[in-house]
Structure formats: structure tokens, C-alpha cells
Design a protein around this ligand. Structure first.
Ligand code: GLC
Length: 799
């Protein structure tokens, strides 16, 4: 096993001096005397690619991670040469390449070193498999912290840890267990107030050592392929995430119902059981938008079939559920049952679509249906076939969305839990073994699913969910964090994992709320709901064999609490949708660990629990039993306690009261939070007025509300409504300006403005510079202001 003990290991090979340099527009090639070529590509002013070939050659340049639509271009690019080095300069960065060693150093334009090679690129011949084990080591800067890396169930700051990437089915995983279901070889480094990112785009098993083996060194290496990494400069962390997301892509906007509350279980069946669950939601007035069918709806676990005993008329059932606002989501796995009478198996055999072993036979493995073969989703023809298989499900039966599970691929009864490593893959015309294709297999499955679902729900928007993922999978699917456990520790893990995923460019993510394995008690379930409603994907799912896990399964007190929080999520839908729009458009992470909110405050660097939902709401879950509140860190600035409107000043730890019916929740002073009325499902009500919760501050703060038809694609042709609000508060005066864009006409005409923390009594109201009678705009007499949605300036003063 490679331990990366470079100093002890004698097999390492290193580049020597540069003997040739060539520039080709935005690409720079440096060749060493011993045949190493370094290719540096300037992707954007703050994004630079480093790629190393050995033996005077590169491998074919191909990546599944990179978004074909990623934007490129720079404003400035120069290359200088000194006696000892080459210097590439953009408008943000300087890259020095040492002529003797090929080592690089990256600094900002003021000469502050951001990232620097230690041993730099080196490699080892892999005699067992052929090719190289490719390595990179960097100097760890003083007080450097590390974040990102996908779904790692460990402290959010990775300093001192070693992790690796190999997507795995990890039922009931434990804290610190690694690897899990995702391979996202992207990290963020932060030191001296500056953040940068590294994305090691290599689909083999990759390893990262964050000052674990040696305190002064951070290294990463791959079991094959090329040393091929992208460097992103911030200096702000969120800009690093945005640059990474620009490169690997963001998802399109989902239908708004995808952001509602979803209920799942392994498994709801037969039809009468599904109907009962649906009815109970409506009877108890607990909002819910989607119900999930797990594998038991299938005929003997054969994908794209129905067990007609359990679900005699799926189309009728799905239509009836839809009448009542429920969307139906069904599971599809990659394993295709070996069954000569099963049409999908027949088609795949006839067309040679299954993966094969090195020596020829089809790769076989056991999953739910028994022996299965596995389509090679890395073959474009297979993806197209797979996409078409969704036609009947989506277009004819009316299924609304699909979740792809077990797509690591998970294989039962073998110690490796997956396909044998000699399994062959097309890899889009770059034939490979499973060593290279393993980490992207699930991604290619869900990519094909996305194509098919999108094609056949059109003109509506698709929703696809995946368990396995590699960097870039966020373009196609939302995801959940797999088979967690109903424990308090897993509530902590879920919190860290969601923040980490958001920092890894993958914001559309949620946990199995309440825990998949085992059963939570009511208190744990309620506390998990209080966290889960702030996760972009909000779904309760459980293995079912440990008891029920519906909102009403734990007695009326818990039911009432759970309802109250699900209702809060529905109220916050326009805020959440705006967050998603920003993520989709700009790559802005939807949840921010507080270090990303305020990286200059070093007190945030090792915090795990507090996070920002969007840009203006601070949440900190209760993660232990019998709590009446908790200590938490409030980031710098002024914050309103959501429950009491008390204003607290941040930059310190504070005890926050939160009995079982509350969660510590704060709104940034100056924020304008949009809210809808509670609906039992998205679209149940026509929105008659948009509530704006306005939190006064002395100073200015900007807020945004994005809306559109909540489904379909008219928004792409300008049918959206974007409102930017600028709040300006003074001692005895507050002004809100509105800037509008887009051609979508919202159903409401009026804003209902609820003022929080206004330090003066309203004596005068002016709308668009015209004085308005107080009783006309404040008819309720409780301070609520009603104003036309078209106002451009609202000014309120003491007199
Ligand atoms: C896997 C999934 C889980 C699902 C089960 C049965 O364990 O992670 O969500 O319920 O398979 O399909």
C-alpha cells in the first residue's frame, strides 16, 4: 500500500531541470530533461490548471467532471523569464516555475504566498497495474486550515487528517469512517486570511493528507492516471467554491416542489399503504410534496417493472396522489437481474450493453434481485438506451421523479462491496478498468437518468436523486448522504456533511432525516427535523424494519413540533428558492459554515455546528438530548433572535435558549426575508401577498427575492421576477429601495411588510416620494405595512 512516506520510500521519481518552454496562447508547456511535461492552462484569472505528463507524453485529455459550459477567459496574461524561474501572471495571481526542479509557487500580486510546492510533482511506477502512482506535495502554511472533500463524516476542518476517495456503499457508517458514498477530490485551504482551492481531477482512488503525516506538508496522490489539478484563488472561500462550481457545473433550477418536504420509507406498499400515508398528511395538516417508492414496488426487484399485486394500476394511483398534491418518486438501481425472460436484460445482452470482465464474460454481482449484470454507463450508447427506458415511466405512467441508488455500484456478498477491478469500461472511448471508472460509474448512471427524466417530464423540470457521486455530478442530480443511523452523533454528522457538501460545490443535498438504520425517539426526530428543514433536500427516509418514522409516529407533542417546523420551511420557500437560484446561476453554496461567512474571524475556523442558511439566516442545531438550549458562536455583526426579536451582538459565544419546540435561529440585522403563507404542498394556494419580514439595522443591507412559474422553462426566456431590496436604516428613518428585473408577473399585488426592531414610532410614510396616509398603508394598526409590489422606494420616518 502506498503510504506517501516520500522520504522513506525510495521508488519516487522527480522531474529535473527544464530544458524546453513553449507557449500556446493560454497554455504553457515546460519539459524537463528527464521527460516530464508540465502543462499550465490559465482557465480564468483566478483558475489555473496544472497537468503533468511523464515520458514526454500526456494521456488523452478527458474528464467527466468538467462542465462543457464552464466559462473561460482572463483579463490579463503575461509570461516572464528570469535566470532561475518562469513567471506567469494573471490579473489575480503569479505562478513561479522553478527551472531546476519544476516546482511551483503561487502568490497574489502583492507577493503573498498562497500555495507552494514542497516536493511538488513526483511519481512512482506502478508495476502491479502499469502506469504511475502520481503524487503532489505542498508546504502547509502556518495556521492553515482545510475544508471541503464531499461527504466525509468528520470534523469540518480537515487539518491533521488523511482521507481517500473511493465511492462505497457504507450501511450504518460511523463518524470518521472513510471513504463513504462520494468522491469529491476538492479541498479549500485557508491561511493568513486568504483562501484557495485545489481540485485533483483524477477518477482513480485518490488520497489526501492534510498535515497528518508531517505537520509541514499537505499532499495528494492518485493510484493511476495523471497528476492533473486545478487551482482556484479566492481570496474569499465562497469565491473559491464558486470558481470550482463554475468549472464542474451547477444544476438547473429544480421544480419548486422539489424543495418542499418529502416522505420516504423502505418501503411503502401496497397502494393502500401509500394512500393511507398521504391521507394522514392531509388530515393532520402536515405539509408534504412527495412520497417515495423504494425497491418493493418492482416485480422481483427488476428495474422498470411494477409488482402488479402491490400496485395494480400505477398510473391511476400516481394521478390520484397528484390530485392531492403529492408527487411520486420511484427508485431505480443499476443492477439488472439476470433473467432470460426479462426484456431489459434481453435488450442489454443483445446490444452488448453490460460491463465485462477482462477475460470476456459479463461482470456478475449480487444485489437485491439476486444475480445481476451491470450496464456500462460510461458508454454513450448505453446512456442513451437507459435514458429512453424512462419514457414509459415518466411520459405514460406519470412518475414525477427518480432516485438512483446502489450506483457505486454496490455489490453484495463480496468484501470489496463493488465490481472487480478488472471490469472493463468504455469510458467514452477511452477504454479503462474499474480502477479508473469506479468513482464515476454512479455519476454516469445518474447522468443517463437525468437525460431520460428531463426528456420525458418536459416541459416540466426534472428531479433526479443519486447516492454515489464524483465531482460534477451536481449538474445532474440532487443527493442524500446514504444509510445513516438514528443516533445523536449522526445528527452531528448530518450537520457537518451538509455544510461540507455545500463547500464542495454540491448544495442540493440532505440526510435521511431521523436516521435510516434503527429508530429515533421523538426528541431526536424533532431535533433532526429542526435541522433538516434547513437542508436544501429535505426528506425523511428510514429502513422501516425498525419502526415507523412519519411525523406522527412519536405522539402529539412531537407531531405538533414537527408540523411547526415543516410549516416554517414552507413559509421560507421564496427565500430558499432564491438561494437555489443563486447556486444555480453563480455557484454560490446554499449553506455556509461560519468560517465561510467570516473567514477573517479566526474563532470560526474550527467551529462545526453553526451555519448560515443562504446568506442571512444563522442556524445551530441542538445535538444532544434533554437540552433547554445550547452555547453557540454568533458570528460578528448584529443578529435578531428569530423567536424573540432580541438583538444580539456577535463575535462571541452565547447561551441560547431552545427548548424542544425551538432551534437556535437568528436573522442578520438589515435582512428582508420573503415568506409565503403555509401551504400543504407547493401550488396549493395562489399567493395573494408576499410577506416581507424586515429586520431593521442602522446601516445598509441588500436582500433578494427570485420567483418564477415554479416549474417549466419560461424563466429561461425572461419570465422571472427578480427583486433586489436595499435597506438603509438611520436613527429615526428607514428606506427600502426596490430594483426589479424580469418579465414574470407574480400572482400577488401587495407586499405585507412586517417590521422587526424598528427603533422609532412611525410618523410618516412615503412611497415613491409621495406622502401616504398612515391608515391606508397600515390598516391593521399593528405596525404591518401594505404596499404595492411595484414600489421603488419606501421611506418611513418618525415624523
Ligand atoms: C440502500 C439505500 C436506501 C434504500 C435501500 C433499499 O440501502 O441507501 O436508501 O432504502 O437501499 O432500496
Amino acid at each position: 500500500m502506498i503510504t506517501n512516506t516520500e522520504l522513506e520510500y525510495k521508488g519516487n521519481l522527480y522531474p529535473n531541470e527544464i530544458v524546453n518552454f513553449v507557449r500556446d496562447k493560454d497554455k504553457f508547456y515546460f519539459t524537463t530533461e528527464n521527460g516530464v511535461i508540465l502543462e499550465i492552462t490559465v482557465i480564468q484569472d483566478r483558475t489555473i490548471r496544472f497537468r503533468y505528463g511523464t515520458d514526454y507524453a500526456f494521456q488523452p485529455d478527458f474528464s467527466y467532471a468538467i462542465d462543457p459550459n464552464a466559462s473561460r477567459g482572463y483579463s490579463h496574461l503575461d509570461c516572464l523569464e528570469t535566470k532561475t524561474e518562469y513567471i506567469i501572471e494573471t490579473s489575480k495571481l503569479q505562478v513561479l516555475i522553478d527551472k531546476k526542479t519544476l516546482r511551483t509557487q503561487i502568490s497574489d500580486l502583492n507577493g503573498n504566498i498562497i500555495n507552494e510546492d514542497e516536493l511538488g510533482f513526483h511519481w512512482e511506477e506502478n508495476y502491479e497495474h502499469g502506469g504511475n502512482t502520481v503524487k503532489m506535495s505542498k508546504i502547509t502554511q502556518h495556521t492553515e486550515s482545510f475544508y471541503g472533500m464531499g461527504d466525509k463524516a468528520t470534523h469540518s476542518n480537515l487539518k491533521g487528517k488523511r482521507v481517500n476517495n473511493w465511492v462505497m456503499d457504507q450501511y450504518a457508517y460511523a463518524k470518521d469512517q472513510d471513504p463513504l458514498y462520494k468522491a469529491i477530490p476538492f479541498y479549500i485551504g485557508l491561511h493568513s486570511g486568504q483562501a484557495y482551492g485545489v481540485f485533483f481531477d483524477n477518477s482513480f482512488r485518490t488520497h489526501f493528507d492534510f498535515a497528518h503525516e508531517r505537520r509541514s506538508t499537505t499532499s495528494f496522490w492518485g493510484d493511476g492516471g495523471e497528476m492533473n489539478y486545478y487551482f482556484f484563488y479566492g481570496p474569499e472561500m465562497h469565491k473559491v467554491v464558486r470558481a470550482y462550481t463554475n468549472l464542474t457545473g451547477a444544476p438547473e433550477l429544480p421544480p419548486l416542489w422539489a424543495l418542499g418536504y418529502h416522505q420516504s420509507k423502505w418501503s411503502y406498499f401496497p397502494e393502500s399503504n401509500v394512500k393511507e400515508i398521504a391521507k394522514k398528511f392531509r388530515d393532520l395538516k402536515i405539509p408534504c410534496d412527495a412520497l417515495y417508492l423504494d425497491i418493493d414496488y418492482m416485480d422481483g426487484f427488476r428495474c422498470f417493472t411494477w409488482d402488479k399485486k402491490k400496485f395494480p394500476e400505477p398510473k391511476r394511483m400516481i394521478d390520484e396522489l397528484y390530485e392531492d398534491g403529492f408527487k411520486t418518486v420511484v427508485m431505480i438501481d443499476p443492477g439488472i437481474k439476470v433473467d432470460k425472460d426479462y426484456w431489459i436484460y434481453q435488450e442489454a445482452v443483445e446490444n452488448d450493453y453490460f460491463c465485462k470482465r477482462a477475460d470476456g464474460p459479463r461482470m456478475k454481482g449480487k444485489v437485491w434481485p439476486g444475480e445481476c449484470n451491470f450496464p456500462d454507463f460510461t458508454n454513450p450508447a448505453v446512456r442513451e438506451w437507459w435514458a429512453e427506458l424512462y419514457k414509459e415511466f415518466m411520459a405514460e405512467i406519470g412518475v414525477h421523479a427518480v432516485w438512483n441508488d446502489m450506483n457505486e455500484p454496490a455489490v453484495m456478498e463480496v468484501p470489496t462491496k463493488t465490481a472487480p477491478l478488472d471490469t472493463r469500461h468504455d469510458y467514452d472511448g477511452h477504454p479503462s478498468s474499474h480502477r479508473k471508472a469506479h468513482n464515476i460509474y454512479g455519476m454516469q448512471m445518474v447522468r443517463a437518468t437525468y437525460e431520460g427524466v428531463k426528456r420525458y417530464v418536459y416541459p416540466k423540470r426534472p428531479l433526479v436523486i443519486t447516492r454515489a457521486a464524483y465531482s460534477g455530478t451536481q449538474r445532474f442530480a440532487s443527493t442524500w448522504t446514504g444509510d445513516n443511523v438514528a443516533t445523536w452523533e449522526h445528527l452531528w454528522i448530518a450537520n457537518v456533511q451538509m455544510q461540507r457538501m455545500c463547500m464542495s460545490g454540491y448544495s442540493f443535498v440532505g440526510s435521511d432525516i431521523g436516521g435510516f438504520a434503527e429508530q429515533p425517539n421523538g426528541e431526536l426526530f424533532a431535533r433532526w427535523i429542526q435541522l433538516g428543514i434547513f437542508h436544501p433536500f429535505c426528506r425523511v427516509h428510514s429502513s422501516g424494519d425498525h419502526g415507523d418514522q412519519e411525523p406522527w409516529s412519536f405522539g402529539t407533542e412531537i407531531t405538533d413540533i414537527v408540523r411547526k417546523f415543516i410549516e416554517l420551511r414552507y413559509e421560507l420557500l421564496p427565500y430558499l428558492y432564491t438561494m437555489f437560484w443563486r447556486y444555480s446561476k453563480e455557484g454560490t453554496p446554499m449553506l455556509l459554515p461560519i468560517v465561510c461567512y467570516d473567514q477573517e474571524d479566526t474563532q470560526t475556523h474550527f467551529r462545526t455546528d453553526e451555519f448560515i442558511f443562504g446568506e442571512q439566516i444563522l442556524v445551530c442545531p441542538i445535538q444532544e438530548p434533554n437540552a433547554k438550549g445550547r452555547r453557540m458562536y454568533i458570528p460578528r455583526g448584529d443578529w435578531y433572535n428569530y423567536w424573540t426579536d432580541e438583538v444580539v451582538e456577535g463575535g462571541k459565544e452565547k447561551w441560547v435558549v431552545a427548548d424542544i419546540d425551538k432551534v437556535p435561529l437568528f436573522i442578520k440585522a438589515g435582512a428582508i426575508i420573503p415568506k409565503y403563507p403555509v401551504q400543504q404542498y407547493v401550488g396549493e394556494l395562489e399567493i395573494k401577498e408576499l410577506i416581507l419580514d424586515v429586520y431593521f439595522t442602522e446601516g445598509t443591507e441588500n436582500s433578494t427575492v427570485y420567483e418564477d412559474a415554479e416549474d417549466g422553462y419560461a424563466y429561461e426566456n425572461g419570465k422571472f421576477s427578480l427583486r433586489n431590496f436595499k435597506l438603509l436604516g438611520k436613527e429615526k428613518e428607514m428606506t427600502i429601495q426596490q430594483f426589479k428585473d424580469g418579465a414574470f408577473i407574480t400572482t400577488y399585488e401587495t407586499f405585507k411588510i412586517k417590521l422587526h426592531g424598528l427603533p422609532f414610532k412611525i410618523g410618516k410614510v412615503e412611497i415613491d416620494n409621495e406622502k401616504t396616509a398612515i391608515k391606508d398603508v397600515m390598516p391593521d394598526g399593528d405596525g404591518t405595512i401594505y404596499v404595492s409590489k411595484d414600489f421603488t422606494q419606501l421611506r418611513i420616518t418618525e415624523e
